[in-house]
Design a protein around this ligand. Structure first.
Ligand code: FMN
Length: 319
């Protein structure tokens, strides 16, 4: 069965700069979800979201925009915006676990409110011709919440439901709940995509064996931690390319230069790259030492020196 791999959106990481560089250097991802658009009460699309979705910035990528809202008017406003840009599909985020969001009844805090979900889907389908897909956790308090939402979702021609197999209350802690995900597979007519903790080819194969009816898999953090992962999954191999660190180095320099040009002042670029290294470091021989070395680098010159040393030592260790 052919496998489709999707890049799960990571706000602050998988913007158009990252997506383009990723696609160019590593490949393996069929479709990228853009991080969510949030309106905060005003019917205005922030310029950072505009840049991220601008078709010129995504010319060689398959991208699906995402919205996080619990308001039908906001949803319809974003539909109009993305349709004007030429997008056909809008993904709806019912997964965000952070209390600031869930306490307002958004993200995974909306899963316990099937009536509201119904109202928004009803208006979206009656008033527009947008294709809607969902990205959900299985609940906020417990993984049965989603089971009460499925009968509502079954009434709409959704493209798919991507499920991160955790509940909101867990944040990112604990494991994924595969029994509860199996229950989801049995409880909806919609096409499900699996999401959660795919961090290696072996992990992917375990999921594939456990859920033979699933052929769409979304990878989030695992893709930043090991950008070769999607192409290795596609090629069914655990072997890295021989020039692994050269490719990584070129990818790193590409995103570094772009973020450096886009962000002003020394602190934002440092924080940006440190965020990436929290994940990157996981596929280095000594993750803690690697991360510490990057963290210690006080200025640009020291940062680039640290990166060069890390990559050199990796080339030596692994050769
Ligand atoms: C820093 C960060 C930002 C995220 N931003 C988004 C987002 O914008 N939209 C969304 O649907 N999920 C978001 N997620 C959730 C991921 O897309 C994904 O569902 C989750 O990390 C589980 O998949 P993974 O184990 O492959 O990372 C975010 C997760 C993290 C850690």
């Amino acid at each position: 069965m052919a496998i489709t791999l999707l890049s799960s959106p990571l706000q602050g990481f998988t913007d158009f700069r990252f997506r383009n560089a990723f696609h160019h250097f590593f490949g393996g991802i069929d479709t990228f979800y853009a991080p969510y658009i949030r309106l905060d009460g005003k019917m205005v699309i922030k310029s950072s979201y505009q840049r991220d979705l601008n078709p010129e910035n995504n010319a060689t990528l398959e991208v699906i925009p995402q919205v996080m809202t619990n308001d039908a008017d906001e949803f319809l406003f974003v539909v109009k915006y993305i349709q004007e840009l030429g997008y056909k599909e809008l993904n709806w985020n019912l997964g965000c676990p952070y209390p600031m969001v869930t306490k307002q009844g958004m993200g995974s805090g909306l899963i316990c409110n099937p009536e509201k979900i119904n109202h928004i889907l009803e208006r979206a389908h009656n008033e527009t011709d947008v294709v809607v897909s969902m990205k959900m956790r299985m609940g906020y308090e417990n993984p049965e919440e989603i089971l009460d939402v499925f009968p509502i979702l079954d009434n709409y021609p959704l493209k798919n439901i991507a499920i991160h197999a955790r509940i909101g209350k867990q944040l990112y802690k604990g494991g994924v709940n595969l029994e509860a995900f199996q229950k989801c597979v049995e409880s909806t007519k919609h096409k499900l995509y699996y999401n959660g903790d795919i961090t290696s080819v072996t992990k992917f194969q375990e999921m594939q064996e456990r859920f033979p009816s699933i052929n769409h898999f979304m990878i989030g953090r695992g893709l930043i931690a090991d950008p070769f992962l999607p192409s290795m999954i596609k090629n069914n191999t655990t072997e890295y390319p021989q020039n692994r660190w050269q490719i990584f180095s070129e990818f790193h320099d590409t995103i570094y230069q772009q973020y450096d040009a886009a962000l002003s002042g020394p602190t934002p670029i440092k924080m940006k790259m440190l965020g990436f290294w929290e994940y990157f470091s996981q596929s280095f021989s000594n993750p803690q030492k690697t991360y510490k070395k990057i963290k210690k680098a006080g200025n640009k010159k020291a940062y680039l020196q640290a990166v060069a040393e890390i990559l050199n030592s990796e080339r030596t260790i692994r050769s």
